[in-house]
Design a binder for this molecule. Structure first.
Ligand code: FAS
Ligand code: PHB
Length: 389
């Protein structure tokens, strides 16, 4: 097999990159380790920045999002019963889109199928070869047969546990990490959302987030110790913790119900540099992980895709290497700013085991300042709706 770009990973970043490259006449082969059903069964992100919405529209996958997605003009930060609204529209002139990552991925698969794109599922033993050469290739096993695809470039869109980042020699990689001593226990329930906008809640009982997918599908999270197991959390126990974190006025109208999905996600901040190794480029979770507190994970993957698709199209179609040579620095500049925002939101809203009263006072003062300072609200809004590409 021979193609222009091999994309390792059929998640949102791999599929979006493939879609944009194919639209520009650049051939791709996507290699995905699991089945399509497994990819589409993952419940992940829920909030899309305006830049992500624009990229999906440019990729030709914006129609269902426009019909079924929900534009949000603001969100709430609460501290016990204090509720502070961040008015994105008034403060930045922009909004965000509530539309699940699962739906984004399904729309991308449908568009890639319509294009006749080459996406191989249930691929194993992916090995990136000769990345630092003019003739890289990838070997893998598919349908029990060892195969090889030769290409001009390789995009590592294979997430935190993929092979791409580890292809860069350990002594050439620089990794930055903060592992948080808690996780998010999340549930989906076929109930009306607690509030028409998202609520990021700080409380004496820890952090909680009230989100949604649509008017009859709610997504909730509560902070739990990393040692907790999902089977230790009955629905009743979850609802009890959630109601102890949300503002009293919201709890009054909260509709509870059985969970249809329940999982615990660990929280970490992580960046691996460099993003480029010869003709291999790291994209999305393969290169960085943010705690979901800032709703940046998927959106950061999309801005990586924006920079890389522009660079690859110029290189493949015109032999212009400027974008290729500038990709890593350009993407990292935005990655680190999103890393900072996600870290600050996480430290601002979560209880840390063994923290002293001073830390709790810092959280309360931050939220009180947010309620009294338009400048503080504008700074948060600018980061939340997404910094410029
Ligand atoms: P992904 O991990 O989505 O996709 C990588 C793909 O590569 C996967 O399909 C995987 O099967 C495949 N792969 C891995 N190794 C391979 C190999 N060797 N060969 C071939 N394929 C391989 N972000 C938010 O903004 N908000 C959230 O609430 C949120 N919640 C999350 C919860 C969890 C449990 C996780 C893990 C992440 C969450 N994220 C959230 C972040 C998430 O949305 C990611 O940012 C997003 O999926 C990034 O997309 P990709 O870079 O495509 O990586
Ligand atoms: C979600 O709806 O899953 C969601 C929303 C906002 C976040 C994290 C997760 O910051």
């Amino acid at each position: 097999m021979k193609t222009d770009v091999v994309i390792i990973g059929g998640g949102p970043s791999g599929l979006l990159l493939s879609q944009l490259l194919n639209k520009a006449g650049v051939a791709t082969v996507v290699l995905e380790r699991t089945s399509r059903a497994r990819v589409l069964a993952r419940i992940r992100a829920g909030v899309l920045e305006q830049g992500t919405v624009r990229m999906l529209q440019e990729a030709g996958v914006g129609d269902r999002m426009a019909r079924e997605g929900h534009p949000h003009e603001g969100c709430i930060f609460s501290d016990d019963d204090l509720m502070v609204r961040i008015d994105f529209k008034e403060l930045t002139g922009k909004t965000v889109m509530v539309y699940g990552q699962t739906e984004v991925t399904a729309d991308l698969y449908a568009a890639q199928d319509a294009m006749g794109a080459t996406i191989l599922h249930d691929v194993a033993d992916v090995v990136i070869c000769d990345a630092v050469s003019d003739a890289p290739f990838v070997t893998f096993t598919h349908d029990g047969v060892q195969k090889r695809v030769d290409c001009a470039y390789i995009a590592g869109c294979d997430g935190f546990h993929g092979v791409s980042r580890k292809t860069i020699p350990d002594d050439r990689r620089r990794e930055f990490e903060r592992v948080y001593p808690f996780g998010w226990l999340g549930i989906l329930s076929r109930t009306p959302p607690a509030h028409e906008e998202l609520i990021y809640a700080n409380s004496a009982n820890g952090f909680a987030l009230a989100s949604m997918r649509n008017e009859m599908l709610s997504r909730y999270y509560v902070q739990v110790p990393l040692t907790d197991k999902v089977e230790e959390w009955s629905d009743d126990r979850f609802w009890e913790r959630l109601t102890s974190c949300l503002p009293g006025d919201v709890v009054k109208t909260l509709v509870t119900g059985p969970s249809i999905e329940k999982s615990i996600a660990p929280l970490r901040s992580f960046v691996s540099e460099p993003l480029r190794w010869g003709r291999l480029f790291l994209v999305g979770d393969a290169a960085h992980i943010v705690p979901p507190t800032g709703a940046k994970g998927l959106n950061l993957a999309v801005s990586d895709v924006f920079y890389l698709q522009e660079a690859l199209i110029a290189a493949v179609k015109k032999g212009d290497m400027a974008g290729i040579d500038g990709y890593a620095a350009r993407a990292l500049a935005r990655i680190w700013k999103a890393m900072r925002f996600s870290w600050s939101m996480t430290t601002m809203l979560h209880h840390f085991e063994g923290e002293d009263g001073f830390a709790a006072q810092m959280r309360k003062a931050t939220l009180l300042h947010l309620s009294q300072s338009e400048t503080a609200r504008r700074d948060l809004a600018e980061n939340y709706i997404g910094l410029p590409y």
